[in-house]
Write a protein that binds this ligand. Structure first.
Ligand code: NAD
Length: 242
């Protein structure tokens, strides 16, 4: 019997670098997965929609539960990175960063908890960032949004443990995904060379691949993590935030 046999999971940002790897890792262990993203995504079921739309977020856990026959695991993975100092930030960037990185997980957790409570429990895993735990330079909007996700995780971890609902987060440092690579390309760097340079800055010798993060998500969603509630697990290859 596989570890997640009979389990039903919703993963947001399922068309992205880390999201795809999370979907594959859950499926490989026997889970049925609904992937949510702006367009068609990985998963047994693909639920398309925009997480900045309140009604889509509010209804997504129920939509996933209906499509899969229940909901045991929710992974709030979708996110955007907004770069630049606060003096360069526009109102639109502020609103969009908060809508996708903070308001969507808030709405999704709020809608998920009653479903999981009725079923006797479940696991929510948020994808925050090491920058949600230790602030990094020149990304104040992103950093404050991820610190809100970290804080939300700690609060819900406390508030819903008595219902058998565990809420935890993985906090990655740099991961080799489109988010990172398109950022380099947009700033005029060759993404391969930039990733190579970053690899050299990590004590373990390389930045994370999406699968490294997916394995932590799988752990947090699994019974192996049965006593973890509100934990923020940093996955950084030994590299501290500078
Ligand atoms: P990615 O850009 O490859 O994937 C993000 C996905 O989220 C995309 O498929 C995108 O379409 C989806 N998404 C964005 N806005 C959406 C919206 N409004 N509605 C629905 N879907 C939307 O990025 P990734 O690197 O895989 O990032 C996944 C998560 O990991 C994010 O929360 C990110 O902040 C976090 N993270 C990434 C890194 C990194 O270095 N890549 C480091 C730390 C944390």
């Amino acid at each position: 019997m596989q570890e997640f046999e009979g389990k039903r999971a919703l993963v947001t940002g399922a068309a992205g670098g880390i999201g795809r790897a999370i979907v594959a890792a859950l499926q490989a262990r026997g889970a049925k997965v609904a992937g949510a993203d702006l367009a068609e995504s990985a998963g047994d079921v693909s639920l398309c929609g925009d997480l900045t739309e309140a009604a889509f977020c509010d209804g997504l856990p129920e939509q996933a539960a209906q499509a899969l026959g229940g909901l045991d695991i929710v992974v709030n993975n979708a996110g955007i990175i907004t770069r630049g100092k606060i003096t360069e930030a526009t109102d639109e960037e502020y609103a969009r960063t908060m809508a996708i990185n903070v308001e969507a997980p808030f709405r999704l957790c709020r809608a998920t908890i009653p479903i999981m409570e009725r079923a006797g429990g479940g696991a929510i895993v948020n994808v925050a960032s090491c920058w949600g735990v230790h602030p990094g330079p020149n990304h104040p909007l992103y950093v404050m949004s991820k610190s809100a996700v970290a804080s939300l995780t700690q609060c819900l971890g406390m508030d819903h443990a008595h219902q058998g609902i565990r809420v935890n987060a993985v906090c990655p440092n740099e991961v080799n995904t489109p988010m990172l690579r398109t950022g380099f390309a947009a700033r005029g760097f060759d993404p391969d060379k930039a990733v190579e340079a970053l690899d050299a800055s990590v004590p373990l010798g390389r930045i994370a691949e999406p699968e490294d993060i997916a394995d932590v998500v799988v752990f947090l969603a699994s019974d192996q993590a049965r006593y973890l509630c509100g934990a923020l697990i940093e996955a950084n290859g030994g590299k501290a935030v500078q």
